[in-house]
Structures are given as C-alpha cells and as structure tokens.
Design a protein around this ligand. Structure first.
Ligand SMILES: NC(=O)c1ccc[n+]([C@@H]2O[C@H](COP(=O)([O-])OP(=O)(O)OC[C@H]3O[C@@H](n4cnc5c(N)ncnc54)[C@H](O)[C@@H]3O)[C@@H](O)[C@H]2O)c1
Length: 250
C-alpha cells in the first residue's frame, strides 16, 4: 500500500530505534524521507531506505539549534520537493542514577532537546506547511507524558511538556490545514531502553510491568505514527495516542 506516494516526510532522531523504523516504514509506503539525526547513524538509515528502492536523504542536525532546524526544513523542501509529514521524535533520557538526577544541568539538557527541540521543529515545519496549506505532524511524547515515572523527573516533565506543545500548536493551526498530534508509547525495545536499564534489571522485567506483559516493538509504535500521519486520520487533531500495552489504564 503506497499511503504516502508523492509526499515528503521528515523524521528526527531517525538514526536509531523508533525513528529509524518510522523513516523506513514511511519510505516503504511511498514517502520521500529526510532522515534527520545529530549523529551519522542517520546515514545508515538513509542508505537502507535507498537499498530497499526508496528515496531518502540524511540531514545532520541538532534539534536544539534553531538555525540548523530551519536549514534542515529548507533542505528537505529544496531537495525532496515539499514537506508534508513531520515526525518530531528525537529525544534523550539520561537519568539513570537516582542520586544524580536532581541536577539542574540534567534538567537543562533534557529540556533543550526534548522540549525546545520539538518547539523549534514545530516552528520551522509549521511555517512551511501553513504556506503550503497542508501538513501532518506527530510529536513523540511517552506514557511518561501522562503519568509520573519514578527516578525520571526531567524526562517525565519534558514529555508532559511535549503534550502541552502538541495541544497548543494543534489548536492554533488546525484551521490552516496542519494537523498536529502526539504518541505516548510505553516501554519500547530500542537502544534508549537498553541504555537506561537500572543495574541488575532485565528488559523483560520492564515489559512485565505492562498489562500486556511485554515491551512494544518499534514497528508497533511506527504503525500508530503512520496512521496519525495518513489521510485516514484526517479529523484527528491534538490527540495523545497511547501505544502502551495498557500501562496508563492501571
Ligand atoms: N524506547 C522507549 O522505551 C520509549 C518509550 C516512550 C517514548 N520514547 C521516545 O521515543 C523517541 C525515540 O526513542 P528511541 O527509544 O528510539 O531512542 P534512541 O536513543 O534509540 O534514538 C534516539 C535518536 O535521537 C537522536 N538524537 C538525540 N539527540 C538529538 C538531537 N539533539 N538532535 C537530533 N537527533 C538527536 C539520537 O542520535 C538517536 O538516533 C524518543 O522521543 C523517546 O523519548 C521511547
């Protein structure tokens, strides 16, 4: 099914985990994809898309840098023809040691990427989409945007803020043809999860905390994101879609 034929998508944090799978899934369904990441891992995602017969371009960008984000949106439009879909997915989750996490430098770093980064992406993506009169944006929040998570104050606060940004921007731009939504995954089997396991905790234990009794795959999260980006979700605005195996209904 070529749901996204003749459309251009931009995916941040597409060098790893969920972002890489979303970029590949969008390309498999016809989109031209700007693979955006701060690290060169984005090149591998773009190469994999091209090897599979799709069209992709790696653009190195740190989402904390407004000028870099503006240039990335401009390069996407110039080199891939338009900007119809954006998935603002890049984030960090550095809080692993409970004693160290109430450190203001951690809060600043997490907010600079997870909140200001999404704000900057929205700012520059929306400017183009409003001019064009259409667009669909999905911001990556988390179940940690809906409930509190022990030992992760900065990450939890940042993901609550992503939902606030999503609602405010969705209200402001819905009538101008730009739909903005968010997804809230539970624990997903990615490098971020593996890097943040507390000492002695196996990832199957994290999965067992979810009513469904397992972790999500990145593909399951990508499926929800692609739906929100598609015309099938044409009347869905400002929604926070949980993909959490029942975690937040407990
Ligand atoms: N893995 C989970 O359990 C889980 C659960 C809920 C939500 N999420 C969210 O999903 C998103 C993706 O997470 P993941 O698990 O795939 O993580 P990941 O660490 O595997 O991938 C994140 C990517 O973002 C990139 N990135 C980091 N900082 C950046 C910056 N400043 N500019 C541009 N790119 C940057 C990294 O280089 C990396 O490629 C994040 O927003 C995360 O908070 C993850």
């Amino acid at each position: 099914m070529q749901r996204f034929a003749n459309r251009t998508a931009l995916v941040t944090g597409a060098g790893s985990g969920i972002g890489a799978i979303v970029a590949r899934a969008l390309a498999a369904q016809g989109a031209r994809v700007a693979v955006v990441d701060v690290t060169a891992a984005g090149q591998a995602t773009a190469d994999a898309i091209c090897e599979a017969g799709g069209e992709a371009l790696y653009l190195q960008c740190d989402v904390q840098d407004s000028g870099a984000v503006e240039n990335t949106v401009a390069a996407t439009v110039a080199r891939l023809g338009s900007l119809d879909i954006a998935v603002n997915n890049a984030a960090i989750d550095p809080e692993t040691a409970p004693e160290a996490e109430w450190d203001e430098s951690v809060m600043e770093r997490v907010f600079a990427i997870n909140v200001q980064g999404i704000f900057l992406c929205l700012k520059h993506e929306i400017a183009h989409m409003v001019e064009q009169g259409s667009g669909a944006i999905v911001n990556m929040a988390s179940a940690a945007g809906l409930v509190g998570v022990m030992n992760k104050p900065a990450y939890t606060a940042s993901k609550h803020a992503v939902l606030g940004l999503t609602k405010a921007s969705a209200l402001q731009y819905a009538a101008r043809g730009v739909r903005i939504n968010a997804v809230c995954p539970g624990a997903v089997d990615t490098p971020m999860l593996a890097d943040n396991l507390p000492p002695g905790v196996d990832k199957t234990l994290i999965g067992a905390n979810h009513p469904i009794n397992r972790l999500a795959t990145p593909e399951e999260v990508a499926e929800a994101i692609l739906w929100l980006c598609s015309d099938a979700a044409s009347y869905v605005v400002g929604h926070a879609l949980t993909v959490d195996g029942g975690l937040t209904i407990q």
